[in-house]
Design a protein around this ligand. Structure first.
Ligand code: URA
Length: 193
């Protein structure tokens, strides 16, 4: 892709110009498009911005983000090695779950981001982003398992993980998420071999 950053900026522009999710836009401070390395092999996809993310215009900068950073470090990565975004790009009021129509409205723009970045692996964080890539799968049954799916005209690997915010204060889920996370470098290595 000629100029990935320019293409990504265009996606942002189209969301604003088409007034996507006007109800969320009305209460949000920022449109949170994503952050990190636009040439990364790995893209993480969360649910939606929270309070801190909305204020700073960046994904995963609150408590869940701190936990994500710790897991990245344990897996030998830093945020600059990956790209991080969300399925819904405005903060839902009071951090409620994103509505099906909100996820649907943002889905084409998430796809466009992935077409531009062309990662080898997409890591979904929580069921809201998983359900679009792996419909009908239950996160409790498939977390940590790499799944190869057809994506446009090429194949892509999806690794569904629990959401760091859900796992943060739940001892067993937290350990499961850490254990799953530590499998990621081996998955990437296998794809590169
Ligand atoms: N939770 C998410 O799903 N995304 C963020 O950006 C922050 C918290």
């Amino acid at each position: 892709m000629a100029d990935k950053q320019k293409e990504l900026d265009k996606v942002r522009r189209v969301i604003l110009d088409n007034n996507i999710c006007p109800e969320l836009a009305a209460t949000a401070t920022n449109l949170v498009m994503g952050d990190g390395n636009i040439n990364a092999d790995i893209v993480f996809i969360g649910e939606a911005p929270g309070k801190n993310e909305d204020e700073q215009g960046l994904p995963f900068v609150g408590a869940a983000g701190k936990f994500l950073n710790e897991m990245l470090a344990q897996a030998g990565m830093v945020r600059g090695d990956v790209f991080i975004t969300n399925i819904v790009k405005y903060r839902p009021p009071e951090n409620r779950d994103p509505l099906p129509e909100e996820k649907k409205a943002f889905w084409p723009y998430l796809l466009k981001q992935l077409q531009i970045i062309e990662p080898k692996v997409v890591i979904t964080l929580g069921r809201h982003s998983m359900e679009y890539f792996l419909p009908d799968m239950k996160i409790s049954l498939v977390h940590g398992q790499a799944k190869r799916i057809q994506f446009g005209d090429h194949k892509i690997v999806i690794v569904p993980l629990y959401h760091p915010a859900a796992a943060l204060y739940n001892g067993s889920m937290r350990q499961t998420l850490i254990d799953d996370f530590l499998l990621v470098p081996a998955i990437i290595k296998k794809l590169s071999d």
